[in-house]
Design a protein around this ligand. Structure first.
Ligand SMILES: Nc1ncnc2c1ncn2[C@@H]1O[C@H](COP(=O)(O)OP(=O)(O)O)[C@@H](O)[C@H]1O
Ligand SMILES: [Mg+2]
Length: 241
């Protein structure tokens, strides 16, 4: 279990996160909703060890990982799929995947590669070609695959639907669900609330750096007028950032 407890993160004088608490569990998709600038990316980057919090804590199975370097957090099984996918366009699909598995042994890497190809057959078909020639949806699958190569217990996903056509968004969300169904805990930031809620188990709403709601997806959908207000706002804000 990943527990983010009352996290605060500052960029100099800018307070980006000021009181975010989120729990992610194995086999579950925890969806983090919030408008542009709410602090979602900062939260994920802090869990991954790319940003240092000013206060609060991040626990992995009860142990604080706050302030640990990113490579150590990755080795412990928390992998980040960054905003904008960030695949290496001039490298082949196969090379991109190999990079994701660098923390693992050669044997584990070969095993992971087989699993990734089973999950995303298109990546096996295109493995020798440059990643830059893949479509947006395929690049997102490559970003998931690269992340899976380290055999993580948890994957942090930053706006995987960003910039994708609606039909592709549903395919990408189905992939997210199938990743969680393998027992991996997924902590996913999305501005596309509707698409995310179709496959999520739990929902957290972040407003201006603070988590203001968390609950199971059905409750979030049916009960909270607060959440509905944010869903409306998120839908209006669109998919930018
Ligand atoms: N590197 C940075 N330096 C200064 N301010 C930043 C930086 N990154 C993000 N911010 C600010 O922190 C706040 C939260 O940003 P971010 O975490 O990217 O939000 P979100 O992902 O929800 O859109 C915003 O006000 C943003 O302008
Ligand atoms: Mg963001």
């Amino acid at each position: 279990m990943i527990e983010i407890r009352d996290l605060h993160v500052d960029y100099g004088k800018v307070s980006a996160v000021r009181g975010v608490s989120v729990t992610a569990r194995p086999g579950r998709v925890t969806l983090v909703l919030g408008a542009n600038g709410a602090g979602k990316t900062t939260t994920l980057r802090t869990v991954a060890g790319l940003t240092t919090p000013s206060s609060g804590d991040v626990l992995l199975d009860g142990e604080s990982i706050k302030g640990w370097p990113a490579h150590k957090i990755l080795k412990r099984g928390i992998s980040l799929v960054p905003e904008g996918r960030k695949v290496f366009g001039s490298l082949t699909v196969h090379e991109n995947l190999k990079i994701g598995g660098l923390v693992a042994s050669k044997k584990a890497r070969e095993e992971s590669m087989r699993t990734v190809f089973e999950m995303f057959p298109i990546l096996e078909e295109r493995q020798s070609g440059p990643a830059g020639l893949l479509s947006g949806g395929e690049q997102q699958m490559l970003a998931f695959g690269r992340s899976l190569m380290s055999q993580p217990g948890y994957i942090l996903m930053d706006e995987p639907s960003m910039g994708l056509a609606p039909a592709v968004v549903d395919r990408v969300m189905a992939s997210v669900r199938s990743i969680a169904d393998r027992g991996i805990g997924v902590l996913m930031v999305e501005q596309n609330a509707e698409a995310g809620m179709k496959i999520a188990d739990d929902v957290v709403v972040v407003n201006r750096g603070e988590s203001v709601y968390s609950g199971p997806v059905d409750e979030a959908r049916n009960h909270s007028s607060v959440v509905l207000a944010f869903l409306g706002e998120a839908a209006l804000t669109g998919t930018d950032n």
